[in-house]
Design a protein around this ligand. Structure first.
Ligand SMILES: [Fe+2]
Length: 243
């Protein structure tokens, strides 16, 4: 069943490949996210149906991206359209998955990029939280490969952003001023991870250290050291709470 859905996904995205590299990057991102969703769902010991829904939600979470890029030539929602909402509309029109799974998967897709999950049903919430974790993990993976973040201004992390990190909170987009703030935002994803198994994956792959190592600016490295301490304490606490 999942393999059939992958085929549907690949057939659908085939029509967008002429738009070039940004589309290929999204296809690859999606396939990795679906795989990560499977890993997380398994680590959570979910039943067969929930594991399937997690994989499907991962596979279709960014289905709105292709039409978004075709129409607006950007992936920035603020300059175009909410890609979660658009994905939801596309899924309602196309027959990609089993009827039994539709409601949950569609809802998870709609909400995967929302600021909060108010209004989502409990069953969809769990699946949506898995997708959100997987999405963040893949962004950290790409960051570690130096494929996402632009750091051109040799900047430092601004005070407000550091303050949020000291409170172990994910940095708000509205506080971003410099390129370094953007790195800090990505590092702060850790504080918004839902499941311990996701945190363990980030820790195991050493994404945080790899990202920090990419930027040799000495003062920035001092700020990173503080962030690292915060992240380590945060993960330790989550591990302890789970025991
Ligand atoms: Fe995504």
């Amino acid at each position: 069943m999942f393999d059939k859905a992958v085929k549907e996904f690949l057939d659908y995205t085939e029509n967008y490949k002429y738009l070039g590299k940004p589309i290929l990057l999204k296809i690859n991102h999606t396939l990795r996210v679906a795989h990560l969703c499977a890993q997380i769902a398994q680590a959570l010991n979910l039943d067969f149906n929930n594991q399937n829904m997690a994989k499907l939600a991962g596979l279709f979470h960014d289905i709105g991206r292709f039409e978004q890029f075709k129409k607006y030539h950007t992936y920035a929602d603020k300059d175009s359209i909410d890609h979660g909402d658009l994905g939801y509309e596309i899924l309602k029109e196309k027959v990609f998955i089993d009827k039994d799974y539709e409601k949950t998967v569609f809802e998870a897709v709609k909400y995967h990029n929302k600021y909060n999950l108010d209004g989502i049903s409990d069953r969809s919430k769990l699946i949506c939280e898995i997708v959100r974790d997987a999405d963040k993990i893949d962004i950290l993976y790409l960051d570690a490969l130096d494929k996402l973040i632009t750091y051109n201004d040799n900047s430092l992390i601004s005070d407000k952003v550091m303050e949020q990190i000291n409170h172990q909170k994910q940095v708000l987009h509205t506080n971003l001023k410099t390129d370094a703030d953007n790195i800090a935002l990505h590092l702060s994803f850790v504080f918004d991870i839902n499941f311990l198994s996701s945190l363990k994956l980030i820790k195991k792959e050493k994404y945080i250290m790899q990202i920090m190592d990419l930027y040799p600016n000495k003062e920035l490295q001092q700020q990173f050291a503080k962030i690292k301490t915060n992240i380590d304490t945060y993960i330790e606490k989550r591990e302890k709470d789970a025991r």
